[in-house]
Design a protein around this ligand. Sequence first.
Ligand code: HEC
Ligand code: HEC
Length: 287
Amino acid sequence: MPNERDELTGTETTGHEWDGIQELNTPLPRWWLYILYACILFSVVYWVLYPAWPWINDYSRGVLGWSRHVELNEEIEEAKAYRAQFVSRIEAASVSEIAADRELLQFTLAGGRSAFALNCSQCHGAGAQGGVGYPNLGDDAWIWGGSLEALESTIRYGIRSEHDETRDMAMPAFKSDEVLDDAEINDVAEFILSLSDSAGDASAAERGAAVYVENCSVCHGESGEGMHENGAPRLSDFIWLYGGNKADVVETISFSRGGVMPAWEGRLDEATIKQLAVYVHSLGGGE
Ligand code: HEC
Ligand code: HEC
């Protein structure tokens, strides 16, 4: 027997009635139900395939064996292979070949930057700006040379380091070696300062010129321009490794300095040394 229809709404009733109140039969829409069934089906399939249910000490792993760890490890392996390809290209290339290859250069600079932060910044400063006794590597004043090859050599073998091929040159200690007396040291200091227009005493500077020619120009050059092959800094600029006050200059001439930069061959691998040379060269002052 078909159920009655509600008079007001015209909807079929279910036949349930409480105290004269009848229940209307309004089933869920079809589309809604189908989506619900599809979701249920999807979740059952998902539970079977993928990790889903926690147990007490473990969880259901799913028949596909998928896990974030596996996925992450695969990504790491891919990244390593990508990196290894660049590292072997860097090992095979010279520093100038690296600098000429755009793709390789990009990778090299990124590697050089992080190797610098790790190994060099404690002496040369985080931005390679240097400090007293530690040269600024971002300017265009170079003691031992700023070409890619010169930089590679400096970094590889060091300066006054323990390596057999280290860059090495000792400035005489003119006072303690008793080569010059205090007056001559004073004069030559004034002369050097006059090269950068910082001298106070013109007549002392004039006397100092002769002392300079006799004792200093072999290494520092006739007009104080410096010489890379001697590791003798240029004296005719305002850039001072050990300070440009008269007292600092007198101290350097009297006792010399002899700063040490460690050799990195053996401590850092081939590719890293080349990356550092190219990175330092890129800091702005490469020759
Ligand atoms: C323990 C301190 C120290 C560390 C660490 C150090 N250096 Fe040096 N570095 C020096 C000193 C000191 C000099 C200057 C030596 C001199 O008097 O000629 C120097 C000089 C240099 C020069 C030569 C600059 C020029 O004008 O010719 C370069 C290039 C250089 N360092 C690069 C590096 C790089 C790259 C690293 C990291 C791998 C590094 N240094 C780590 C102390 C250090
Ligand atoms: C044998 C080569 C040699 C001779 C000769 C020499 N120098 Fe030097 N000079 C150097 C070197 C190398 C340095 C780098 C500092 C160091 O590590 O001792 C230097 C550094 C200096 C500095 C420090 C520069 C700075 O930027 O702080 C001054 C100043 C200087 N020399 C002055 C003189 C004067 C003046 C004479 C002569 C009386 C002289 N030098 C003779 C090799 C020489």
